[in-house]
Design a protein around this ligand. Sequence first.
Ligand SMILES: CC(C)(COP(=O)(O)OP(=O)(O)OC[C@H]1O[C@@H](n2cnc3c(N)ncnc32)[C@H](O)[C@@H]1OP(=O)(O)O)[C@@H](O)C(=O)NCCC(=O)NCCS
Length: 143
Amino acid sequence: MHVRRAASQDAPVIKSLIDCYVADGTLLARTEDFIAAHAEHFLVAEENGSVVGCVHLDEYAPSLSELRSLAVSPDAKGKGIGRALVLATEDLARRRGVATLFAVSNDEAFFTRFGFRERHIPELDRERSEVSRFKGVYAKDLV
Ligand SMILES: CC(C)(COP(=O)(O)OP(=O)(O)OC[C@H]1O[C@@H](n2cnc3c(N)ncnc32)[C@H](O)[C@@H]1OP(=O)(O)O)[C@@H](O)C(=O)NCCC(=O)NCCS
């Protein structure tokens, strides 16, 4: 398995991975057009030539980025793909000079494994949807 930067041609498979977790409210839906237009900010995990995981590094404000749309194919969970995607996202964020990376999630146990801790991020308040208001915000300083 390896993690690589996404290309716009990966948009359909990235959308289908994200869609696995939209119905239960875990992830926000993304259109193929959105993903293709922002492909340089997505990473994908590939196993035996197939894309089995994805993540989006979304620049929220200067020095502040969000790790979002983290999804591993339901039949590929538990093999370290989520871990590889989180670490690759941190690497990319560091290379882009991001000081703080955060995630909005109900999965506190997963993010705390990687050193993320619950934190209030004031910049987020104005844009949080009613849905994400019920989720935790977990942040990690990279520098
Ligand atoms: C969360 C998710 C990305 C994990 O992917 P994965 O490939 O199964 O995770 P990994 O196999 O890399 O697991 C890494 C570590 O996290 C642990 N872990 C995995 N899922 C976990 C969870 N939901 N809660 C707590 N710990 C978890 C694993 O046991 C492993 O620990 P270890 O290193 O001590 O063995 C995957 O379950 C998923 O796509 N979930 C739905 C979408 C989602 O919740 N995204 C996060 C919000 S943006």
